[in-house]
Design a protein around this ligand. Structure first.
Ligand code: ADP
Ligand code: MG
Length: 244
């Protein structure tokens, strides 16, 4: 099992951002993490990547535990956070060198060339990050998440705010990564889940309301609604039913 989340709760003051959440992600799976704004997706991802601790519960990634093996765990995980924090005054290559240094990568130049090729940043590599369009900034965010060749990728809304062409390119890239890595990605875009994911976990108000393969979810909602023609329910309609 790549990711095991066991009974995780997170309280911000009085607010339960997560309430006894449990799920597992198998090695090599690409799982879509869906939910309306404020559902708890980013909070869950920050906990899995050891950016914040849960109030209670346990998480392990590749058998490493967030409480006891946090440094080792981070080596296994590539994380593109929602805000995609980048140093805008750095040049693309310079930034990737900085990140490669943090990961103590031995042959920095070789690996930076590889991730630049992977994310198609060849033409932008000598530009300042501030000068890049949003889609290219997102690629830099992905490049830094991939640089240490992590087993697990946690991508928090990697396609939000991209134009249709950039969307297609970034989706392709994530799909490619999904062939060799375990990926958990959050999104609001239903087609994205259908296009990229093996499975979907839907979270609403801090609790999981669905965790299934897409066709299983359709069957489950069909029997729930007992709708005659509901075989045609789109993942978008299922999302509305489960999170309204
Ligand atoms: P999502 O990513 O699904 O939109 P979040 O995990 O960002 O949801 O947020 C879940 C809930 O927790 C929201 O109501 C949000 O306002 C609240 N929240 C998130 N971070 C903090 C924080 N640092 N302090 C207080 N409340 C927070
Ligand atoms: Mg979020």
């Amino acid at each position: 099992m790549s990711i095991v989340v066991n009974n995780v709760s997170k309280l911000y003051g009085e607010q339960h951002a997560l309430d006894k959440v449990s799920f597992e992600v198998k090695k090599g799976e690409v799982v879509g993490f869906l939910g309306p704004n404020g559902a708890g997706k980013s909070t869950m991802m920050k906990i899995i990547t050891c950016y914040i601790p849960p109030t209670e519960g346990d998480v392990s990634v590749c058998g490493l535990d967030i409480w006891n093996d946090s440094l080792e765990l981070r080596k296994k995980v590539g994380y593109l956070s929602e805000a995609n924090p980048l140093y805008y005054d750095m040049y693309v290559r310079e930034f990737l060198e900085f990140i490669a240094g943090i990961h103590k990568i031995k042959d920095k130049k070789k690996r930076i060339d590889e991730v630049i090729a992977m994310t198609h940043l060849e033409l932008e590599q000598h530009k300042k990050i501030a000068a890049l369009s949003r889609g290219y900034k997102q690629r830099v965010g992905l490049a830094q998440a991939l640089i240490h060749d992590p087993e697990v990728l946690i991508l928090d809304e990697p396609t939000t705010g991209l134009d249709p062409n950039q969307l297609v390119e970034i989706r392709e890239l994530i799909k490619k990564c999904g062939k060799t890595k375990t990926v958990l990605l959050s999104t609001h875009v239903m087609q994205e889940v259908e296009a990229m994911c093996d499975r979907v976990i839907i979270i609403n108000k801090g609790s999981i309301v669905a965790d299934a393969k897409i066709h299983e979810l359709q069957d489950a909602v069909t029997s729930l609604k007992k709708k005659k023609d509901s075989k045609e329910l789109s993942i978008e309609e299922i999302f509305h039913i489960l999170t309204k």
